[in-house]
Design a protein around this ligand. Sequence first.
Ligand code: APR
Ligand code: ZN
Length: 251
Amino acid sequence: MLTLEEFAGKIRQSGDIVVFTGAGISTESGIPDFRSPGGIWTRYRPVTFQEYMSSETARIEAWKRRLDGWEQHKNAKPNVGHYFVQSLDAKGKLIGLITQNVDGLHSEAGLPDDKIVELHGTNRKIICLECGRSYDPDAIIKRLVGDFASPKCDACSGILKSATVSFGQAMPEAAMRRAQEWTEQAEIFIVMGSSLQVQPAASFPVVAKRNGALLAIINREPTPLDDYADFVHQGAIGEFCGRFGEMIADG
Ligand code: APR
Ligand code: ZN
């Protein structure tokens, strides 16, 4: 297991870093994660894609949740963790960022789109599942007043849905391919803020390690891959990145 100084040395020397993030990197921006105490799945049961497609009640439930979290998402700003990832790119060290998050904060922190793979899609867009037309979330959220029916497409009356990947929905092929490519090129693979419970996303750190990459995990709680990693920091991402950013400043 590397010490913090040894890990900093590796980061300073490397130009082939992949970062993999989960909801834990956005909690310090005010967006709850899923499996921590008080997290989304401790309050709601997920609405599967099949339920969403077959039941108006399930769709209305999903939109009510979207409405619930709307203010948090709208007001959320990137935090030290997002800017730390962006700083690796600014130093020419980042092959790419693979994120499970749908909040768009990595992009807001200035990471270029061609360096971001959103494995679980984005909630920054709403799409018609029939004709593919895309809508601005603000415009659709505004329709959700009173005893609302689930929003339908203005052009074809098709079902509208956040452009996120629900349980039971197929993973985006191009995103998965790109994530696989980057993972195989990684010299250092850094996991930040993920419980590593959800497949196929949680397989990328394993593929990286199998390919000879140095695996680092920065997370508040233990993860199933901690014993397999070369460097583990258990604690808050913001605090860690603040300190660590200084250590690699001249790298
Ligand atoms: N600093 C460090 N770690 C944190 C912080 C923080 N500020 N806040 C939370 N964490 C850690 C938690 O301890 C937890 O282990 O981040 C992890 C978040 O895990 P999850 O809530 O399971 O989120 P994630 O791993 O992204 O879930 C993966 O599950 O439901 C699906 O699609 C959803 O993309 C999501 C996927
Ligand atoms: Zn349509």
